[in-house]
Design a protein around this ligand. Structure first.
Ligand SMILES: Nc1nc2c(ncn2[C@@H]2O[C@H](COP(=O)(O)OP(=O)(O)OP(=O)(O)O)[C@@H](O)[C@H]2O)c(=O)[nH]1
Length: 444
């Protein structure tokens, strides 16, 4: 998501930052470009209009125009306004009330409801909850089976729904069972339709009335852009939703849904689906998304993901080494093993600042690549792993031979490593405090 928007905004900012002093005309021109870029990203036109007006008004203010770095100030304003547009802070799942709290998942067919139900169960369990899954989509033949299979994979209790049963009866019965099993969150996967229709809404309202959910999450496909926004409004009007899960943000959606949905519907995006894997669900953080749109990466999400998987002490060691610029190829190899546990490497790389998704697409990141990299590092001497600069041409050839790879592969690895370390060094210099403050990373 956001690839072309990122590129378009990047060139607007480059032009603005390249000037010593900004005139009103420069800002006007820049804002025209921002407007076009947002419209092309399929952001709702009303949202674009308001957004550009807000950024312009702030940019023309005295503190920007008279500052020494006006271009950078404009980028900062765009970052803050983007964050505000998406809702400022992340909004958690609402789980208040008597146990088990009921969370209904609603949405159109194929949006990713069933998959999201499984992802949420895994997410909740990681946060110490005891979720219980309820397949209440009795119309799509494979839906019940699909959720039962997912539940089995992650080891979460699931109600043995029959497709001949009434969805509300399933829910009521499942709640009893969940209570008996001491579960605290009931995740209900409801039926979808191809379009919003009365029968569907009537069934959902009936379930809502009897089950009094603490949260209703609309699952919407980010790829459908403004249709997702329209659908969210429709569901909200008829049913009242608590928030949105945007799925398939790993695809080439232009980002219009993510940028408009909050402002148009008034409902927050709570989670984003980032892949087909059961672990591919992230809490939605407006500020991190904004920095991603502006090409500032998403180091915080990356660190969080790493912390889930990597042993705490190792993570602390890694952070210390990175901060002291002491991260050697040996550490790199150790990390590779951890990284492989974290899911597709491409997903992780995309979160790093400065990594262009288009370039990643071309790179065709392959898990086998990791094995190759590991083999190359294994073929180096311990000294070489600590001080890669000593690896000369003939050693590169030997290392390639020793690891069954090509010299180009060795060269590439050393180049990537050097570049990454340069970036880390830069981040360290820029006052990146414990990789906690995103603001420290912003280029202004
Ligand atoms: N790439 C990607 N695919 C996803 C994501 N979420 C769901 N999918 C895929 O989308 C397809 C549809 O997902 P389902 O969960 O079956 O859809 P559903 O909304 O439950 O469908 P109905 O039960 O018919 O309403 C599946 O192939 C999922 O693997 C995501 O975040 N990223």
């Amino acid at each position: 998501m956001f690839d072309s928007l990122n590129e378009r905004l990047g060139s607007v900012f480059k032009a603005l930052k390249g000037r010593g002093k900004l005139t009103e005309a420069h800002i006007e021109d820049g804002m025209k470009e921002v407007r076009m870029a947002l419209l092309e990203a399929d952001v709702h036109y009303r949202v674009v209009k308001q957004f550009v007006a807000d950024v312009k008004a702030r940019s023309l203010g005295r503190e920007v125009m008279e500052s020494l770095t006006p271009g950078q100030q404009v980028v900062k304003i765009v970052y803050e306004e983007l964050t505000r547009l998406m809702g400022e802070a992340s909004v958690p799942l609402e789980l208040s009330g008597p146990k088990p709290a009921v969370v209904m998942l609603v949405g159109l067919q194929g949006a990713g409801k069933t998959t999201t139900a499984g992802k949420l169960a895994l997410y909740l369990r990681k946060t110490g909850k005891k979720p219980y899954l309820v397949p209440a989509d009795v119309y799509r033949p494979a839906a019940i089976e699909q959720l039962q299979k997912l539940a089995g994979e992650i080891g979460v209790p699931v109600y043995p729904s029959e497709s001949s049963a009434d969805p509300l009866d399933i829910c009521l019965d499942a709640r009893e069972d969940a209570r008996k099993q001491g579960c605290d969150v009931l995740l209900v996967d409801t039926a979808g339709r191809l379009h919003v229709d009365e029968t569907l809404m009537a069934e959902l309202v009936r379930i809502r009335e009897k089950m009094t959910p603490s949260d209703i999450l609309l699952v919407a496909d980010a790829m459908t852009g403004q249709d997702a926004v329209k659908m969210a409004s429709a569901f909200d009007q008829d049913l009242g939703i608590g928030g949105i899960v945007l799925t398939k943000t790993d695809g080439d959606a232009r980002g219009g849904a993510a940028l408009s949905i909050r402002s148009v519907t008034g409902r927050p995006v709570k989670f984003v689906g980032t892949g087909e894997k059961i672990s591919a669900l992230d809490l939605f953080h407006p500020d991190r998304m904004a920095s991603r749109i502006l090409g500032m990466g998403d180091t915080l999400s990356l660190i969080e993901k790493a912390q889930e998987m990597v042993d705490e002490k190792q993570a602390a060691d890694l952070e210390r080494k990175l901060r002291k610029n002491e991260f050697t190829l040996e550490d790199f190899r150790d990390q590779l093993r951890q990284v492989r546990k974290m899911g597709p490497i491409g997903d992780l790389l995309k979160m790093l600042p400065g990594v262009n998704e288009k370039a990643l697409g071309k790179m065709n990141i392959d898990e086998r690549e990791l094995v190759r990299v590991e083999a190359i590092i294994n073929s180096m001497t311990p000294e070489e792993r600590r001080r890669h600069a000593i690896i000369n041409g003939s050693r590169r050839k030997r290392i390639a031979r020793g690891s069954g790879t090509r010299v180009q592969d060795v060269n590439q690895l050393l180049k990537n490593y050097t570049q990454t370390m340069k970036m880390v060094k830069k981040l360290n210099k820029g006052g990146l405090k414990g990789m906690r403050g995103m603001r420290g990373m912003l280029p202004f």
